[in-house]
Design a protein around this ligand. Structure first.
Ligand code: ATP
Length: 367
């Protein structure tokens, strides 16, 4: 069993830098957990503490039921793949992949078998005799992963392993690591700042900022039910649109009034928002929940907003509209053939059943 758990884990660096602030997290056996967040949020430090490369300031870390706070990195039965691959330049691919096994005095025949098996899985059998400088970035990345696989560890730790690759190779390796997880059935903890990697690879994702774990859940739950404004804005591309405004009551109905545009709230949200009547609030709507009225057969008039279209970007499969209410700018993703007139007003429809509201002060999700 290779579950990993963190209990009240903190890391304070010299100068009182609180890099990780009381993180609690349980990673299941065979789970693919992604730690994601902006630069400096503490995700690498968290991973390095699990690896045993960084001391814990307080709290406990368990790997497979064993408390590992004082267990040296080499005895934790984990393998880590780093961003810079850390391959030995003077060694061949075979030697790089087998290095750790040789140190452990594993018999030669078993080493050869394990390296060949890993090279086969990763499609690098033909490269075993080459040195790192004779490989492409993607190939080097495979060797670094291969070196981890041959150890047959209880847990794999990946620290931004794809960030040195070009965009196309990143997408390819993303799928390969995903497939590898399905094949190896091992626990993986994967650090990235790229929310698309997190969404596409993780069984669950842990979203961090300023050393604090803000939300941990499966990717769709995080996307559909972000815990606060930070998570809502960080997960999703383009990011969620936010507008400041007020909740107002008219004829017994609740509306969100942005100042220039006003939309009616759905009944399901009334209960949660009643306490916010005549108060400032933050409204959030994802770009795919906004439609060009021209293409909507029956739109309730209270959900229609008139805004200025400043630019549009054809993306092939869809079009991004850059819009302006006069107070806020926002983005809508509409059909591939939509071509609104630039710098003219257009009518949009908000899907009010999909919108989000956040408390202006705490920025926590209200509904
Ligand atoms: P990135 O994506 O940029 O690698 P990260 O989320 O992985 O960022 P960490 O590397 O974990 O962030 O760093 C978290 C915080 O701790 C940052 O403020 C960083 O400056 C600080 N930090 C990291 N290592 C040290 C160190 N050895 N000494 C002092 N502060 C450190």
């Amino acid at each position: 069993m290779a579950q990993v758990s963190l209990k009240n884990v903190c890391k304070i660096f010299a100068g009182n830098v609180k890099a990780v602030d009381n993180v609690n997290m349980g990673i299941e056996n065979k789970e693919f957990m992604v730690l994601v967040g902006p630069s400096g949020c503490g995700k690498s430090t968290t991973l390095r503490m699990i690896a045993g490369l960084e001391e814990i300031s307080s709290g406990d870390i368990y790997i497979g039921n064993k408390k590992v706070n004082d267990v040296p990195a080499k005895d934790r039965d984990i393998a880590m793949v780093f961003q810079n691959y850390a391959l030995y330049p003077h060694m061949t691919v075979f030697e790089n992949m087998s290095f750790g096994l040789r140190l452990r005095k594993i018999p030669k025949a078993e080493i050869a078998q394990r390296v060949n098996e890993a090279a086969d899985i990763l499609g690098i059998k033909k490269l075993l005799h080459r040195r790192p400088k004779e490989l492409s970035g993607g190939e080097r990345q495979r060797v670094a992963v291969g070196r981890a696989i041959v150890r047959k560890p209880m847990v794999f730790l990946f620290d931004e392993p794809l960030s040195n690759l070009d965009a196309k190779m990143r997408v390819q390796m993303r799928t390969e690591i995903h497939k590898l997880h399905i094949r190896l059935q091992t626990t993986i903890i994967y650090v990235t700042h790229d929310q698309i990697e997190a969404m596409t690879m993780g069984d669950r994702i842990a979203v961090m900022k300023d050393g604090i774990l803000h939300q941990i859940a499966d990717p769709i739950s995080v996307y559909d039910h972000p815990k606060n404004k930070f998570v809502a804005g960080f997960i999703g591309s383009p990011p969620m649109n936010f507008m400041k405004g007020r909740i107002v009551k008219q004829d017994g109905r609740l509306y969100f009034d942005e100042g220039k545009i006003k939309v009616k709230l759905v009944d399901d949200m009334r209960k949660a928002l009643n306490a916010y009547v005549e108060r400032d609030i933050i409204f959030g709507i994802r770009s795919e929940d906004i439609y060009d009225k021209l293409f909507v057969s029956e739109a309730p008039p209270e959900n229609i907003v008139r805004v200025n279209c400043e630019v549009y970007e054809p993306m092939g499969s869809e079009v991004y509209l850059y819009l302006n209410t006069g107070k806020h700018t926002f983005i809508a993703r509409v059909g591939a053939h939509d071509r609104p007139k630039i710098n003219q007003e257009m009518d949009l429809v908000f899907d009010m059943s999909k919108v989000h509201f956040f408390d202006q002060d705490s920025e926590e999700t209200i509904v």
